[in-house]
Write a protein that binds this ligand. Structure first.
Ligand code: HEC
Length: 132
């Protein structure tokens, strides 16, 4: 195969780059929409009742009422559903590590995480006066 001279190869590369910039620019909005739609099914809607059943395995440390039963464990009651789900996803994928929670979260399915997050987030909490 005949080789292109260096100058035309450079020109081709530059044109290619420019085309990519234009293509990306045009498709940015479309890509954003596709990403948003594509990501949405990953955030399964949580079911509080199913979550209560699944939370039985968490109660030794977090309590069925979402208040911690051991000093190292945080309260989960009334915590933001999004935060709970993200924490569990992070333990599962290794972005957040803890010797207990990494093991607890490893077998959880997306639906389990959504249900557990919905359950603990749904526990009402009341807050008293902060110390002065
Ligand atoms: C053997 C005790 C134990 C069990 C069982 C357990 N956890 Fe945990 N959990 C912990 C500890 C300890 C931490 C704090 C870990 C850290 O420092 O990252 C924690 C942290 C968390 C966090 C992060 C909270 C925050 O405020 O950042 C979530 C969410 C969580 N657990 C959910 C669960 C769920 C849901 C289950 C049941 C499927 C469960 N845990 C079972 C001990 C436990």
């Amino acid at each position: 195969m005949k080789k292109f001279p260096e100058a035309s190869r450079r020109l081709a590369r530059r044109l290619h780059r420019r085309m990519l910039v234009i293509a990306y620019g045009r498709s940015f909005a479309a890509t954003a929409i596709i990403l948003a739609v594509g990501v949405a099914p990953a955030c399964a809607a949580g079911d509080v009742k199913a979550g209560r059943q699944k939370a039985l395995q968490c109660q030794t440390c977090h309590g069925m009422d979402g208040t911690a039963k051991m000093p190292e464990a945080p309260n989960l009651a009334g915590q933001s559903e999004m935060y709970l789900a993200k924490s569990l996803q992070d333990y599962r994928n290794g972005a957040r590590k803890n010797e207990i929670m990494s093991i607890v979260a490893a077998p959880l399915k997306d639906q389990d995480i959504a249900d557990l997050a919905a359950y603990f987030a749904a526990i009402p909490v009341t807050v008293g006066e902060p110390p002065k």
